[in-house]
Design a protein around this ligand. Structure first.
Ligand code: SAH
Ligand code: F3S
Length: 482
């Protein structure tokens, strides 16, 4: 169960990306990532670009010639974490004045030149669409100039750059399919830091998955701020689709078609995707999920609030009732589908009644997992400009706690329902607690640990009978495999 700060994987925050030694590498890069999966994925692109420039990644910050922090702006606390990290790096820079420090990602985009003024040790500021310019910017810095590129792009998808993956487990990988977001949820900074929504050429997506397949990967997660909105019509922003030619429109590829292509072409690879947006999730996606065994039965479907009036203030394009209809449809088309959510407690003007609506919506859905946050006012967002952040901090905290407690109950119930059944599990690595146990997940994304049996290894799909569970983990035994 994840709560509050840091979306997705708390344990990976601030993780340094390590790659295998490269020949001819003369300089050392320490690259650290914060925030969402997209940032971790972008860092793999940055590593690829800089490897071409003769950099070798290191996880020893003291031996670095260049330190890059890929940053997150989603909540104030995320930015504070980066500020604190920069303060700590200051000491290293004092000892090694030739060390260069750069800030990438959403904070770079949000603060732009201000970063260079406020944080004197920062030499380079690069926004999420400008990573190809890193080699030039590094030359600028070598010549003693501050270097900044925070240009957002309507086309950039880094389509043909092969990310360098060697930070992970060699089995699961992220593949970016869309960049940016056009939704303008009033609380959210992403449309400002990541720009217009655009989709990546399906051929380059399939090519990247083919490379992963050849390298032994067994699971890909297709990534985007709003994957259901994926639409390839030859390139360019989603908002311009209406101006596309008749041929472009007739041959356009939507998310369901992309999923279908990936599932058909890679039957031995598990496919996940994130994030889905209720307003854009279409029936054809659910039908495609139901049709293919290798598309995982799990949807991360943020709702943010259970109250129609709050959803309206948030500019989410659906009501509470429409969300219920979608949930009912998912349950009908994919009966064994797991669901997770993002929820915000204490958005502008949230009344006690509206908060109760959130709890009752959660009761209706009984999500498997949840990512829950107290509302954090972000400068520049429509909510910041037009609404008062008027729910007192203690009330936000109390409501968040109620949401988290309820989610814990629901997660425990869901976990219990998996006990007594056999699950297909992809072995992803050793259990953190005991290396005599494997760790993996079932199709619903629930974590399962089980004793190792000789002859099995990371990357194998195995059948595991689940005999017990804790609040967040299933405990099992491998069945005879055949
Ligand atoms: N569509 C995106 C959402 C990115 S933000 C995706 O790919 O996941 C992730 C989550 O952070 C949001 O769903 C929302 O629940 C939360 N969030 C965004 N802005 C926030 C804010 N200002 N305060 C608190 N939580 C916020
Ligand atoms: Fe943010 Fe809403 Fe897009 S939460 S990323 S503006 S879908």
């Amino acid at each position: 169960m994840q709560a509050n700060e840091k979306y997705i994987d708390e344990s990976r925050q601030g993780e340094a990306l390590m790659t295998l030694p490269t020949r001819n590498a003369s300089k050392k890069l320490f690259l650290e990532s914060y925030g969402c999966q997209m940032n971790f994925s972008d860092s793999e692109i940055v590593a690829s670009i800089l490897t071409e420039e003769g950099y070798q990644t290191t996880n020893q910050v003291n031996e670095a010639d260049l330190i890059l922090l890929n940053t997150c702006s989603i909540r104030d606390k995320a930015e504070q974490t980066v500020r604190n990290r920069l303060n700590a790096l200051n000491a290293i820079k004092k000892q090694n004045p030739s060390l260069k420090i750069g800030v990438l990602g959403c904070m770079a985009e949000r603060l732009k030149h201000k970063f260079l003024e406020e944080e004197h040790l920062v030499d380079i500021v690069v926004g999420p669409d400008a990573y190809r310019d890193l080699p030039n910017l590094l030359t600028e810095v070598e010549d003693g100039r501050d270097a900044i590129n925070v240009q957002l792009s309507k086309e950039e998808t880094y389509a043909e750059i092969s990310p360098i993956r060697l930070g992970g487990n060699g089995v699961t990988a992220f593949v970016t399919i869309t960049r940016g977001c056009d939704n303008m949820c009033t609380f959210c900074v992403v449309p400002f830091t990541r720009g217009r929504e655009r989709s990546r050429d399906p051929h380059s997506i399939l090519r990247e998955i083919q490379e992963l397949h050849e390298a032994g990967y067994k699971e890909v997660t297709l990534l985007g701020q709003n994957v259901d909105s994926y639409l390839w019509y030859g390139g360019g922003p989603k908002k311009d689709f209406k101006n596309a030619t008749e041929i472009q429109k007739a041959t356009a590829v939507d998310f369901a078609q992309l999923l279908d292509m990936v599932a058909m072409q890679f039957p031995s690879i598990r496919i996940r995707f994130s994030t889905s947006n209720p307003q854009d999730m279409k029936d054809n996606v659910l039908e495609t999920m139901a049709k293919h065994h290798n598309i995982c039965k799990y949807i991360h479907l943020p709702v943010q609030s259970g109250s129609t009036t709050v959803l309206e203030r948030m500019n989410r394009q659906h009501t509470r009732e429409q969300y219920f209809e979608l949930i009912d449809k998912i349950r009908k088309i994919i009966p064994d589908c797991a669901l997770s959510h993002d929820m915000i407690a204490g958005f502008c003007g949230e009344t006690e009644e509206e908060h109760q609506d959130t709890l009752s919506l959660m009761e209706y859905v009984k999500y498997d997992f949840g990512y829950m946050f107290a509302y954090s006012d972000r400068p520049g967002t429509p909510a910041h400009k037009k609404m008062a952040d008027d729910v007192p901090a203690e009330t936000k905290k109390r409501r968040l706690q109620e949401i988290i407690s309820l989610q814990q109950q629901h997660s425990a119930e869901r976990m219990k329902a998996y006990v007594g059944k056999t699950h297909e599990v992809l072995i992803e690595g050793n259990s953190k607690k005991d290396e005599n146990y494997w760790f993996g997940r079932n199709t619903q994304n629930a974590v399962i640990v089980f004793p190792k049996i000789e002859g099995t290894s990371v990357g194998d799909f195995v059948q595991v009978y689940v005999h017990d569970c804790t609040t967040a983990t299933l405990l099992g035994e491998m069945q005879n495999q055949n």
